[in-house]
Design a protein around this ligand. Sequence first.
Ligand SMILES: Nc1ncnc2c1ncn2[C@@H]1O[C@H](COP(=O)(O)OP(=O)(O)OP(=O)(O)O)[C@@H](O)[C@H]1O
Ligand SMILES: [Mg+2]
Length: 507
Amino acid sequence: MVTRVQTVAFQGIEAVPVDVQVQIAPGLPKFLLVGLPDKAVKESSERVRAALVASGLGLPPKRITINLAPADLPKEGSHYDLPIALGLMAAIGAIPTDALDGYLVLGELGLDGRLAAVNGTLPAAIAAHSRDMGLICPAPSGPEAAWAGEDIDIVAAESLLALVNHLTGHQLAARPVAIRAPTNTLLPDLADIRGQQVARRALEVAAAGGHNMLMIGPPGAGKSMLATRLPSILPPLNPRELLDVSMIQSIAGELAGGALSDRRPFRAPHHSASMAALVGGGLKVRPGEVSMAHNGVLFLDELPEFSPQVLDGLRQPLESGETVIARANARISYPSRVQLIAAMNPCKCGMAGTPGHTCRRGAACAADYQGRVSGPFLDRIDIRIDVPAVSAADMIAPSAGAESSAQVALRVKNARERQRQRYLERGVVGAFTNAHASATIIEAVVNPDRESQALLLQAAERFSLSARAYHRVLKVARTLADLAGAEKVARAHIAEALSYRINMQAG
Ligand SMILES: Nc1ncnc2c1ncn2[C@@H]1O[C@H](COP(=O)(O)OP(=O)(O)OP(=O)(O)O)[C@@H](O)[C@H]1O
Ligand SMILES: [Mg+2]
């Protein structure tokens, strides 16, 4: 007879159903595991055997075959231990055969029978919920699973023995409760920044519309400081975004303690990052930084120091909001809709353009350094600003006058609310910021008047704007109008949006 236990395999953030089939047949003692298991899955036989012994159960000296179906889907990870162990227990009669009906099972076993947390519990729980099933998982993963819904049946046990007691009705385990990460830790505040009025304004515009931004300036001007203050002015994640972000964190094993946080992700990978680290993939496919920053900010500090290939690998995710990793036997995609913030010095010595400074290598210094970032990559950046060194007067003046993050966050929130309303009315799904609106939608909602059209035409001819650049100017202009609370986009908004863009074409 064959016993069956339902579990999942992960493809991107999708949990695909996997059937664990266990057969114990007469024959020479042998333990066979088939169905494209990777090394961690193969090793599960040792953990399962030890955990069963620790729980007072021995395996019969027979031929044991375990098949993970569908057989052509690669199985990765350590979460197959528990479904295999439970399948074996049902096969030898230690638990009733129907006890596992209607449950998805995942968990890693220790040699002593304890259950350890596994990656991907949240997407598995959401998959179980959508299929009207319950979930059996390790106790440390319980709080995470509880986010899938109030009505889903979750059994989160400490050990194999506790789980058997629950399934046989001897001692019921309590349903875990969903927990939220505390948000009272303070983020760095904009009030710390002296001067830099232009950069502060640009940061506010970028936050309001979700626009990509590049800051260029000499060392110590405050570029990294400004970028790290962006999370403090962004609105919190809405419930849908929260689940999406947390599912990716769950797959990557970065959901600390199973607590979900509604703060937007802020990822600042070091410039030595490889393609696998930044874009995703690698030996074991896992989300890269661009996916970890989904619905949040990807901050690339010292932009030209990144490998040019790696930066160009970001071009597709930046445009489509999704990273696709093609494998010989699978095609995996992760959501990666990010707001890109980049910072760089104008040249290798860092001071090109500063009054009174001449680079030792002359004009080539800046050209070589800036040339390391490709044109198509730069084309995806809506706002480019120069961040000059802070003047001594600004530095010495008391900082009391500077606006705090809370004040700016309020304006950003209002501007985002206007965008959300507008796109909801037009039936747009998913994208609620100007930066992510499609070209057709943005043309319809900006609808420039005659004066603005003339200005756009002039700029497009003079600076040979690409079609993408044209739409991105319209998007920034729409955000400027939203920040001002204006219904229509005026010539002044177009002019300011162009000023952020033309800067870049010239640079
Ligand atoms: N506008 C500013 N207001 C207050 N302090 C500042 C400002 N700019 C720089 N500083 C001070 O200088 C330090 C360095 O700033 P930051 O790291 O942001 O510079 P940067 O522009 O990123 O330089 P680099 O190009 O070398 O990375 C900050 O920690 C802060 O102490
Ligand atoms: Mg810096």
